[in-house]
Design a protein around this ligand. Structure first.
Ligand SMILES: Nc1ncnc2c1ncn2[C@@H]1O[C@H](COP(=O)(O)OP(=O)(O)OP(=O)(O)O)[C@@H](O)[C@H]1O
Ligand SMILES: [Mg+2]
Length: 372
């Protein structure tokens, strides 16, 4: 039996649970040509949600171009993704055939190199593709979507949007002007660097301020996650009680990725019936398997940051500037403490959940408690 849990990359089908309200909201916005920014801390399920909503819109005949700006090496990687996705738009004037390609290319001011694998074209650009040429490609793709929009929903999704900044600080402004010019296309942006996404879209000085509605993902409710774990265990032909499923959620939550990771380890270690001791063993294994990474991340921190992180692992707090916390981390000054905490939050090593600062990963927290 393959392990029924999945972590580390987006989930679909039976591995996707809940989020009904968010999926409906996003699908509605996409259909209505409304721009949306999806924000959440890392690994809450943004990309999975985008894919789910896109699937529904496409199934109903909508046109969706979906790209990710994550860690792009250069402008041509984004340009290539945009063209591949635009070409495959179902129901567009070009279908997947050789004669369709010239029609497609006639829409583009910057011509890619086209190679065929059977009937399937692939598009690529020279390494020297300039930032101005990328702008033209983005604008041309937007125009194709806008042309489709009066007849059916038309959506441009850019995941990990904050990374477009690496290709040019002007790009968010370009998206803004295209969105203004083509109001019927729904522009959907998501990103995992919350503070950058916030600055770009939600602060009055940001280039995309005021043009997007905001969809913030909360954790998936613990009962929903617990039921999901039970269902998946059954699909994997093992028995998991609700009580132990809830225990897994409590140990690893609230981040869905972490819950699935722990469940994965527990499932691997258990026999046909998952026991309380399997859950404890799974937790130990989950921590051990990340230990090298944790040791490396910890070593890369300044001593003051290490003390703050270790203290947060021992005792999450709502009041990190109170005397007891400051004394425990031997902070030289409130300013030094604020700097350390800010760095930890920006690096996503620490986080604030329900007003309480804590170590983001429950496995890193457990490692800190037992190894440092
Ligand atoms: N709706 C869901 N149901 C079950 N598990 C989920 C769900 N959404 C996310 N997960 C869990 O979280 C993991 C990460 O999901 P996903 O990649 O969609 O998150 P993300 O927010 O895009 O992450 P990142 O911040 O790294 O881009 C998945 O592998 C899965 O374990
Ligand atoms: Mg993602």
């Amino acid at each position: 039996m393959p392990n029924p849990y999945h972590y580390g990359s987006p989930v679909t089908g039976d591995q996707f649970t809940g989020r009904h309200h968010e999926v409906n909201t996003l699908v509605e916005r996409m259909r209505d040509g409304i721009n949306v920014v999806v924000v959440s801390p890392r690994r809450y399920g943004k990309t999975s949600l985008l894919r789910r909503a896109a699937e529904i819109v496409e199934r109903d005949g909508g046109a969706v171009v979906s790209v990710s700006a994550m860690g792009l090496a250069d402008a041509r990687s984004l340009a290539g993704q945009l063209l591949r996705q635009t070409y495959r738009l179902d129901g567009g004037r070009w279908h997947r055939a050789k004669q369709a390609v010239p029609t497609f290319l006639s829409r583009l001011r910057v011509k890619p190199t086209v190679t065929f694998n059977g009937d399937q074209p692939s598009f690529s650009f020279a390494a020297t593709l300039s930032s101005g040429e990328l702008d033209d490609i983005v604008a041309d793709v937007y125009a194709v979507l806008a042309e489709v929009a009066p007849r059916k929903p038309s959506v441009l999704i850019v995941d990990e949007f904050q990374d477009v900044l690496d290709l040019g600080p002007h790009l968010p402004g370009l998206f803004k002007s295209l969105a203004d010019r083509h109001p019927t296309v729904s522009l959907v942006l998501a990103g995992s660097k919350q503070h950058v996404m916030q600055q770009l879209t939600l602060e009055s000085t940001g280039p995309l301020y005021g043009m997007t509605s905001r969809l913030a993902l909360a954790p998936i409710p613990p009962e929903e996650m617990g039921d999901f774990l039970v269902r998946r265990a059954t699909a994997g032909q093992k028995r998991l009680s609700v009580t132990l499923a809830d225990r897994i959620v409590e140990l690893a939550g609230p981040v869905p990725n972490d819950i699935q990771y722990l469940a994965y380890e527990v499932y691997n270690t258990a026999g046909r019936t998952i026991t309380a001791s399997d859950v404890e063993t799974g937790m130990r294994l989950a921590v051990e398997h990340e230990a090298d990474f944790d040791a490396w991340r910890f070593a890369a921190l300044a001593p003051g940051q290490r003390r703050v992180l270790r203290r947060l692992a021992e005792a999450p707090t709502a009041t990190p500037y109170a005397d007891d916390f400051r004394d425990a981390v031997q902070a030289r000054s409130p300013g030094a403490l604020r700097n350390s905490l800010t760095r930890l939050l920006q690096a996503d090593l620490a986080t604030m959940v329900d007003g309480t600062y804590r170590v983001t990963s429950p496995f890193f927290a457990a490692w800190l408690r037992s190894h440092v």
